[in-house]
Design a protein around this ligand. Structure first.
Ligand code: ADP
Ligand code: ADP
Length: 233
């Protein structure tokens, strides 16, 4: 089933007297367990689309069904609930709480899910072990490498079992070797049944995805399976 079903989605920003048509009619279906890279030049609408996919903003027109629910006309409070329930975010700058330990950072989203402390910690430890950080539970972010910090952020994104993981330039602050390690973690996450959508400028990073969607001037310029993967498998 399509976890994301977008039809003729538009987003127009009003800047004084000027209208900026950031998205001009996007059609996009993404199935559960797909691994999609979103590419395109600066200003092509990637961030705007990610904000809509992540229920951080609502479209000007068109529809967006997320896991079968129309989220395109929801009020902010309802969108916030959908975000907590359905979406895991990973950012370029990690966005961890500096005074909290690895375990605390990852357990935090479970507070909104209403779990007790013991359950939260057990679940967080389990997800941290799955990204190779089972021995770093009590470290604070400044005691971790960049790649380890991003793995904490990925564990935090996964802890609620979201329907989709959205990653915006997740390797933008990492060196090549560490970037590859992070991409391998996303591949592992996808192979365990999750849906992953990531924005990247880097062809070497997009090469890890199974499908590449390119935006240009607020439209889908191309949407294709990644040949490299298909030939290899
Ligand atoms: P990048 O694609 O390099 O990540 P951004 O998404 O931050 O860059 O910005 C892309 C373009 O959108 C830039 O031209 C930037 O000035 C513009 N932009 C981003 N956010 C805003 C905003 N809040 N208001 C006006 N323009 C914005
Ligand atoms: P990308 O992420 O691909 O760089 P964006 O989605 O940031 O593209 O931007 C698409 C277009 O929308 C650009 O022309 C940008 O200037 C404009 N834009 C983005 N965010 C805002 C905003 N908050 N207010 C006004 N214009 C914006």
């Amino acid at each position: 089933p399509a976890v994301i079903n977008i039809t003729q989605l538009t987003k127009t920003y009003i800047m004084g007297q000027t209208e900026v048509r950031a998205l001009r009619g996007i059609d996009l279906q993404i199935q559960t367990n797909e691994y999609v890279a979103l590419m395109g030049p600066s200003g092509s609408g990637k961030s705007t689309l990610m904000n809509l996919l992540g229920c951080l903003d609502t479209p000007t027109s068109g529809s967006y069904l997320l896991d079968g629910r129309d989220v395109s006309r929801m009020e902010d409070a309802e969108l916030a609930n959908i975000r907590n329930e359905k979406i895991g975010f990973v950012f370029q700058t990690f966005n961890l709480l500096p005074r909290q330990t690895t375990l605390e950072n990852v357990a935090l989203p479970l507070v909104y899910a209403g779990l007790g402390k013991g359950e939260r910690q057990a679940r967080a430890a389990e997800v941290l072990a799955s990204v190779g950080l089972g021995d770093r539970l009590d470290h604070r972010p400044n005691e971790l490498s960049g790649g380890q910090r991003q793995r904490v952020a990925i564990a935090r994104a996964l802890v609620n079992n979201p329907a989709i993981i959205l990653a915006d330039e997740p390797t933008g602050n990492l060196d090549t070797k560490t970037s590859i390690e992070i991409m391998e973690i996303f591949e592992d996450i996808q192979s365990r049944g999750n849906t992953v959508i990531l924005v990247t400028h880097e062809p070497d990073i997009a090469e890890h995805a199974h499908r590449i969607v390119r935006l240009r001037d607020g439209e889908v310029e191309s949407d294709e399976a990644n040949d490299h993967i298909i030939r290899a498998s």
